[in-house]
Structures are given as C-alpha cells and as structure tokens.
Design a protein around this ligand. Structure first.
Ligand code: SF4
Ligand code: SF4
Length: 392
C-alpha cells in the first residue's frame, strides 16, 4: 500500500505561478471560523497567536486577505494549541494547511529556508544515504540525520542493541524529508517520502524503529501500514539489558523535556521515564510536559524568518526548572536548549554511556564533523549489512 496521501492541496505543483490563496485551499479554515469560540485558551499559551489573534480571527482574515496564509510561517507547528483546545479543534492543522496553500499559490519565498532545504537534500543524496537491508530483514533502524551526525557512537550502540532484539534488522541512513513537509512543499515531500517508502516496502520491511521524533511523526502519519515504534519503547521493555548500561553510575535529579512532535505518543513519554529512572535519574516534571509540552524553538523552521519567536520558545522552555539539568530524546531539542545555555543531554547517551553523560563528558559533534560522522556510520553499516544485498 502506498503512503497515506495528505489532505493538503495536491493540484498545484510547488513551482506554480502566483495565484491568490483562499479559504477553499485551507480545508479547516471555514470550520475554524465557525466552531472556534475564541475562548483564548490557546492564545494564552502561544506568542504567535498573541500576535495574530485567535484561530477564528485568522480564519476569517483569510477570506478577505488570502496572502495572510504566509502568517503561518511564524507558527512552530507544535500543536500545543490543539492540545489545549476545549472544543477539540486543531488550529495547528489549519496553520499547516495555510503553509501548503502558500506554496501551492506561489506566495512562499524559499530563500530564507535554503539552509534547511539544503540539509534535507544532502540527507537524501547518494553520498549520505544507506539502505542496509539484509536478506530477510523485516525491520529497520531509522536514526535520522541529526542524531546520526551528532552522536554516531550512541547510534551505533543503539543499533547493536536493536540487533539483539531483532537479529535480522537492517538500518537506513536517509532524511525523512520533514523540512519540506513542514514548509508546506507537499508535492516535493510526497515524491521524496514515496521513494523512501517504496524502497522499504519492496524489500519487505514491515517495522521501522525510529529514534528521532520528527522521523517518528512522519512515518506514523504517512506509512500507516508499517509498524512504527521508537527505540525508546524497544529499550524500555528490557531497560537493564541495554548495551553499555552501567548500574553503578551516579544518580541525580533532572528535568525531562518531551519533544513536541511526540505530543500525542504517551507510550513514548512513559518509555523515556522508565529509561531515565533505570539510569538513576529522579525525574522532575516540567510545567508543560507530556501532551502539554512546549516547543524548544526548532519547530516549523520559524527561526529562519522569526528568530525572536523561535528564541522565545527556547527561552521559555530553558527557563523551566532553572536549577536542573535537562534530558530529552530529540537531538534538535538538545541542541536548541544547549545553545540557549542550558545543559541538555540526549536520553540515548544516558542509556548507553551513563557515566560519561552524567559526568558531562558526552559532547555532541558539530558541523563539519557531524557530516563526517554520518559518512563513518554509512561505511560501517555498509560493511556490516549490505554485502551481497541490494543496499548501496
Ligand atoms: S502550533 Fe504551536 S506555535 Fe502554532 S499556533 Fe499552535 S501553539 Fe502556537
Ligand atoms: S482553544 Fe480552541 S476554541 Fe479556544 S480560541 Fe483556541 S481554537 Fe478557539
């Protein structure tokens, strides 16, 4: 079965000449204009909405000012508004559709997003991709670009562990194309993700084990006939069995930041806490946690056009539990919060290298080394997995 096709407008290619967007191309807007009671619950949580008004106001605005679809590029797509709405409306989906409408009508200037789109293009390039698919494999590990680049030894340790659970597991190094998805470039995303999906499906892959929250969300949304499970859930089934686990590691109290793409995945929230506790962490719950977690500032590529709003989210998250170190299970969140001056470590580092992590000696790599690390992993996994197979 092909990946799920989105409800977004598919008629206009990404490069279509400009034409006015309208509420007709933003499917949820008409409903939002009528059903949103303007109670303000979402507005109180979100600086973007405080700037632009309630979702109903923005939906009405679209009717006479179609170009306001561009306002959605200051929304982090974090879905906190949807999580708190008492009417069970989904403003975040409307903002996603506004982005798609902006692209379909040719209104989006992609110049500010060159860097993130270049990162995606590199992630799907022949040089950086690996389809390590051993004969008979029905499971693959899909660590994602940033985790593989910043923490290659941890990713390698996670894969070694995974092979103790799924002995024939393969591994794929590629980009899930979430950047083009979130920018509203749906036809480009469809083309790229379909290629990835087809490659896996044709090999008989039925289970994808993710480590990156963004990849997890993409696969659960667009590859619904595959089982998609996070490495955190796999590890939490037998936490003490993780490779390299050191029970004598010192314990500490720490805050756990849940990445916003996993807002609706309570099983992963639970698994993360199991793993943290097993590593000796006494978890302090942040104000705004699990389903009500905050964006770290990376969401929706807002930083490319509104660094003030993106930085505001980061500062808000970093300011919570100021005396505590933070653990998270997203390489992007860890980088964003660390850049804001809060020591933030990755949960997978804690699981596989607890002593070094708790001692503050796990240093995530930066560019250009992060790119070299991805090539190192590719070489290593190629030797391990692809001899005599269709991997390349
Ligand atoms: S998705 Fe996040 S940033 Fe966007 S409107 Fe909702 S709460 Fe605000
Ligand atoms: S929380 Fe829901 S009903 Fe209230 S303003 Fe936001 S979208 Fe409207």
């Amino acid at each position: 079965m092909p990946p799920q096709q989105p409800s977004a407008p598919q008629t206009a290619p990404d490069s279509a000449p400009p034409s006015p967007a309208s509420t007709a191309s933003v499917p949820d807007a008409a409903r939002m204009a009528v059903q949103c009671t303007e109670c303000g619950a979402c507005v109180r949580m979100c600086p973007f909405l405080q700037e632009h008004g309630t979702p109903a106001h923005m939906a009405r605005q679209l009717q006479h000012s179609p170009q306001t679809v561009l306002n959605a590029y200051a929304c982090s797509l974090c879905s906190l508004c949807s999580a708190v709405c008492p009417e069970k409306l989904d403003p975040a989906q409307m903002f996603m559709d506004m982005r798609r409408a902006a692209v379909a009508s040719g209104l989006l200037d992609t110049a500010p997003y060159r860097r993130i789109l270049g990162y995606e293009a590199l992630g799907i390039s022949a040089a950086f991709t690996l389809y390590g698919l051993p004969q008979g494999a029905d499971t693959v590990f899909f660590p994602g670009c940033t985790l593989a680049g910043t923490r290659p030894r941890t990713v390698q340790a996670a894969f070694s562990y995974l092979r103790t659970v799924f002995p024939r597991a393969g591994a794929v190094l590629a980009c899930c194309s979430k950047p083009s998805h979130d920018l509203g470039m749906q036809s480009l995303f469809n083309e790229r993700f379909t290629q990835l999906y087809n490659r896996l499906a044709q090999h008989g892959i039925r289970r994808v084990v993710t480590a990156c929250p963004n990849c997890h969300k993409v696969f659960t949304t667009y590859a619904q006939d595959m089982e998609v499970v996070s490495i955190y859930e796999v590890l939490a089934r037998r936490p003490a069995m993780a490779a390299g686990h050191d029970r004598s590691a010192p314990s500490c109290t720490a805050a756990l930041h849940d990445p916003c793409p996993l807002r609706e995945f309570p099983a992963i929230h639970h698994a993360a806490r199991v793993l943290a506790a097993e590593a000796g962490i006494d978890v302090t719950e942040l104000p705004g946690t699990r389903r009500r977690t905050l964006c770290c500032g990376e969401g929706g590529a807002v930083g490319a056009v509104r660094p003030d709003l993106a930085g505001g989210w980061t500062a808000r998250r970093a300011a919570a539990a100021p005396q505590k170190r933070i653990f998270t299970y997203c390489a992007g969140c860890a980088g964003s919060l660390s850049a804001a001056g809060r020591r933030t470590d990755h949960l997978l580092d804690l699981v596989f290298y607890p002593r070094r992590t708790l001692a503050g000696r796990m240093k995530p790599a930066r560019a250009p080394f992060s790119y070299l690390h991805r090539l190192w992993l590719k070489l290593r996994w190629r030797l391990l997995l692809t001899r005599g197979t269709d991997g390349k």
